[in-house]
Structure formats: structure tokens, C-alpha cells
Unconditional design. Structure first.
Length: 544
């Protein structure tokens, strides 16, 4: 197989790779995850076209230093390899993923990583480092740096402002092991010096209340033996008690995050995407409102009041804002705008309860949604997400009218009106979704779901309502948008809709190919039985 370009042996405990792999001269990708490897043949480094090498989950792997001479290797994955697997730098490398390569006890930052001077993307998530060295600035080509759960033992970040190509940093504040200390909020200011940043993720820096048992404290103390000052900080935090919310006074692992911890963020004038989710923040620094290029702000899982959230949205009208799941205990809702917003939210919740989980009353739910929409139509409430969400649930409810307890008593005319309203509502909802969705942001997953559900609902109702070709072509365009975001087998009903629209348009070959593919991937799906049981489909299938 000298012409082979991709070889995947994942999950086969082969123990060793033979030297004669060098005969695969055209090999471009080699996937050897979980193969119980301890080394690699040096001949592998001599393959002139090998660009991608995945040797993740080979615990005892040590890649020979000869790989530093590779001129073709661009992507290397050593995730879950003890001690990182690499023994020398590979200057030609552009992407290195080495997540979860340490135990709980912190180690010095590997010199071999610093010697991969061509890196553009570095992922060191869920590792225990004593420090992030200033020598990281040697990676002058670096564009993306992922450090989620890798900063537990870090007291201060080095000055990385000289990395002028660095555009993206993810630095979650969660620990990588329960026996690790939590990431210090004080290190955040180090990120605000990197003025080239366009995307920054700083989630999970919230307050943490927990009384450590003595053995738990001793375990963390053992891992902080190199840093007595940090150990004293932990001891002081445990002595500082706060109300857990139920009257119990509990020690801290970390104090609350505040706007003060974000002081200096205004220096990030190129920032487009900012994730501050799950921090229990109750205020933002004023300078954040002056970031000229900010397009996405994730404040999900914080502690902003309704009034706070409305004011943030008003001050950042062009920002894709996620303020879902904010919670304030015993919140006092005392401003007119907050009271109106709460009335809308209560109407939506009441509507959802009427038909979610097969409650059987989508018609009554739609009445609640219409009441809520009137607040928007009259200008009493402004909330881009809630307005879109209302169209999403209303469209979904209309598409499920057949499940209503009173559906059989509806006239054919009323049923048709329901289909037409579903189409109208769904098209309006789809128009509210940003045309240029930013990838990898918190709201984009909801947007994709909305496209799937509303696109499918509208396309199906068009299929059920219209006969003319122009409408069916419109329906096909909509279902293609929905199908582009299908996540898993539970959403294969979207393919079902597409197949039927294709058949209506006379595109049998394309429809049957999709039916065949759908059933090959999910042979338990029964929605296509009427098609696959047809004589015409069976004859076509025999010819394949």
C-alpha cells in the first residue's frame, strides 16, 4: 500500500510500530491512539508527507528525539501521554495538543514544548504546572493557546505581550484535580497585557465555598509543598467563613470574583469574543463597554439582576449577548422594565409547561406565547434572545398541534391556518438569527438548534400545505439549512422531511440515496418505512 495517505489503528494494542512503515511513502495522517506504544520508529520521522500524527492515550510513550528533524509534521496529539511523550522540540510543528499529561502534583513546564518554535496552536488543558515560563514568548508564531484547568498552581503569568500573533486564549478557572488548588483570580490581569487578543475565555472563576476535611487539606498541602506562601493563602481562605445559603458558615477555597478582577480589560481593543460565564459576577467594569470590536459576550451563569441584564443589553446593542441562567437569591424586582420582563418570562414558562414533556396542550401554550409577544409588539419589552426564543417555541408548538388533546375536533380550515401560522412564525424566527454566526460561542449552539427545529417545522408544513414547485424549492432550501446542523441520530427526522420534499420535486435518486444513507446510519429509524417498503424503492435498491 505505498500510496496510502491515511492510516487509523486507534484502540488496537499493537505495542509497537514496525520500522517498515517507512514503505508508506505517501502517508499523510497516522492515528495511533490507545495502542499501548512506548516508542516510535525513527523511520516514521523520515516520511516526507506525514503531516498529522495522533499518538494520544499511550501512557508510557516517549517519542525519539529524532522527530525534531521532521520537516513535514504539522499536527501532533500526545493527549493523555504521561510526561507529554515528546523528548525534544519539533520546530516544524504547527499544532500540539498535550492535554492531561500530568498527575496532580505540579511539574516544571516541559522544555520540549518551548522548543517547538513553529507552533501556531498549543493546547495544554488539564495539566499541573509550577509556572508558565517567560520563555513561552519564543513561540512567536503562536495564534491560539488553550490552558483550561492548567493554571491551578500559577501565581503570576509572564508578560506575553510580545506574542503579536496570539489571538485566542482559553483559560478556565476550574481545577484539574480535586486535590489541586483553584486558579487564582489575581492572574487574570496578566491576560489583559496581550493586546493582540481577539478571543478570551475566562470562565469558572466564581466563589467556591467548601470546608476541606483534614485529609483533603493535607493532600492539597502536599502538592503545594514547593509554594509555602500559597499554602498559607489556602489556610487563610479556609479560616474565612461565609454563609453557604442555608445558615451554615463554610470556609472558602476562593473568594467571590468581582469587576475589580477584570480591571485592565479595556486594553484589549481587538477583542471580539469574551466568555465570562459561570463566574457569579454581579457587575462589569465600565471599561468593558468601550471595547470597540466586541461581538460576543457570554455572561451565562452569573448573578446579574434582571435590571442589570436589561441595562447591559441596552449599552451593548450590537453584541451577541448570552445572559441565560443568571440567578440572584431573593431578587427584588422593583423597576418597571424588570417587572415587564418578568411578566414575559412567566408567560413563556407557563406556555412551555402546557405542552413540553407531552403535556398535551400546545394550543393553550400558543395563547400564552401570543400574550408574551404582545409585550414586544407594543415596545414594552426589548430582549433579542427572548424574542427569538418566543418564535422558536411558538413555531415548535404549532408543528406539534397534532399532539393537542383537542386536535381531532379542529376543522380542516383551522388546521390549515395552524400550518400557515407555523410557516409565518418560523420564517420570522429564522430571520432573527444572525447571518454571520460566530463559531464556538455560547449562543451559536442555540442558533443551530433554532435553525434545525424552525427550519424543519416550516419546511414540513410547506410540504403539507403547498403543491407548486416554487414553494417546494423554498422548502428544500430551508430543510438544507436545518440538515446542515443535524447533531445525532435523534434528529434524523430532518432527513425524513428532506427526503419527502425531494420526492415531491421528482428528485428520486437524491431522495433514495439519502434514505439509504439515513437507514445505514440508524437502522432503528422507522419514519421512512412507507418509502422503503415501496416497490419502486426496493427495485432501485437492488440495482445499487
Amino acid at each position: 500500500m505505498p500510496a496510502l495517505k491515511k492510516l487509523t489503528l486507534n484502540g488496537n494494542e499493537i505495542g509497537a510500530v514496525p520500522a517498515d512503515i517507512a514503505a508508506l511513502e505517501q502517508l499523510e495522517e497516522l492515528h495511533l491512539s490507545s495502542c499501548a506504544l512506548e516508542t516510535l520508529p525513527v523511520e516514521l520521522a523520515q516520511l516526507k508527507h506525514l503531516r498529522v500524527l495522533d499518538v494520544s492515550k499511550n501512557n508510557d510513550l516517549k517519542i525519539p528525539a529524532d522527530f525534531s528533524q521532521s520537516t513535514s509534521l504539522r499536527i501532533l496529539d500526545v493527549t493523555n501521554c504521561n510526561s507529554f511523550g515528546i523528548t525534544a522540540g519539533i520546530p516544524a510543528l504547527e499544532e500540539l495538543c498535550c492535554d492531561a499529561c500530568t498527575e496532580v502534583s505540579p511539574i516544571d513546564f516541559p522544555a520540549a514544548i518551548l522548543a517547538c518554535t513553529g507552533l501556531k496552536r498549543l493546547s495544554i488543558n488539564m495539566n499541573s504546572f509550577k509556572q508558565i515560563p517567560g520563555e513561552l514568548t519564543a513561540l512567536t508564531a503562536l495564534e491560539e493557546l488553550y490552558m483550561d484547568g492548567a493554571l491551578c498552581y500559577i501565581n503570576e503569568l509572564p508578560d506575553l505581550s510580545s506574542l503579536k500573533n496570539l489571538k485566542k486564549i482559553h483559560a478556565s478557572g476550574i481545577y484539574n484535580y480535586p486535590a489541586s488548588p483553584l486558579v487564582k483570580q489575581s492572574i487574570l490581569k496578566g491576560f489583559f497585557k496581550i493586546t493582540s487578543l481577539e478571543e478570551l475565555k475566562l470562565d469558572l472563576y466564581r466563589r467556591w465555598l467548601q470546608d476541606l476535611k483534614q485529609d483533603g487539606f493535607d493532600e492539597i498541602a502536599k502538592n503545594l509543598a514547593h509554594d509555602p506562601a500559597r499554602l498559607q493563602e489556602l489556610s487563610d481562605l479556609q479560616a474565612s467563613k461565609a454563609d453557604f445559603g442555608d445558615g451554615r458558615m463554610v470556609g472558602h477555597l476562593r473568594k467571590p470574583m468581582t469587576a475589580e478582577h477584570l480591571k485592565g480589560i479595556g486594553a484589549l481593543q481587538q477583542l471580539r469574543i469574551l466568555d465570562l460565564s459561570d463566574n457569579m459576577l454581579a457587575a462589569l467594569p465600565e471599561e468593558l463597554y468601550s471595547l470597540p470590536h466586541l461581538r460576543s459576550l457570554n455572561l451565562k451563569g452569573n448573578s446579574f439582576t434582571i435590571d442589570d441584564r436589561l441595562q447591559i443589553a441596552e449599552r451593548l446593542p450590537d453584541v451577541d449577548l448570552d445572559v441565560r441562567e443568571n440567578w440572584v437569591p431573593n431578587e427584588v424586582i422593583d423597576t418597571p422594565s424588570a417587572k415587564l420582563w418578568k411578566e414575559v418570562a412567566d408567560l413563556i414558562e407557563a406556555g412551555n409547561e402546557l405542552w413540553f414533556n407531552y403535556a398535551g396542550e400546545p394550543l393553550n401554550a400558543i395563547k400564552k406565547y401570543n400574550e408574551a409577544l404582545e409585550y414586544f409588539n407594543t415596545g414594552k419589552v426589548k430582549d433579542k434572545y427572548l424574542f427569538l426564543y418566543l418564535h422558536y417555541v411558538k413555531t415548535n408548538a404549532y408543528s406539534n398541534l397534532a399532539s393537542d388533546d383537542d386536535y381531532d375536533d379542529m376543522s380542516e380550515e383551522d388546521k390549515k391556518k395552524g400550518r400557515l401560522t407555523c410557516i409565518e412564525t418560523g420564517l420570522k424566527g429564522l430571520s432573527l438569527i444572525p447571518a454571520d454566526m460566530l463559531p464556538d460561542t455560547s449562543m451559536v449552539e442555540f442558533y443551530k438548534e433554532a435553525i434545525r427545529i424552525m427550519g424543519n417545522a416550516v419546511a414540513w408544513e410547506m410540504h403539507e400545505t403547498y403543491e407548486d414547485t416554487a414553494k417546494m424549492e423554498e422548502a428544500l432550501a430551508l430543510i438544507n439549512q436545518a440538515a446542515a446542523w443535524v447533531k445525532d441520530k435523534s434528529e434524523y427526522f430532518i432527513y425524513d422531511t428532506k427526503i419527502r420534499i425531494l420526492l415531491r420535486l421528482g428528485k428520486k435518486e437524491e431522495a433514495w440515496q439519502l434514505a439509504k444513507k439515513t437507514l445505514e446510519e440508524n437502522n432503528a429509524y422507522s419514519g421512512l418505512n412507507d418509502i422503503t417498503d415501496s416497490k419502486e424503492y426496493k427495485q432501485w435498491l437492488k440495482k445499487q
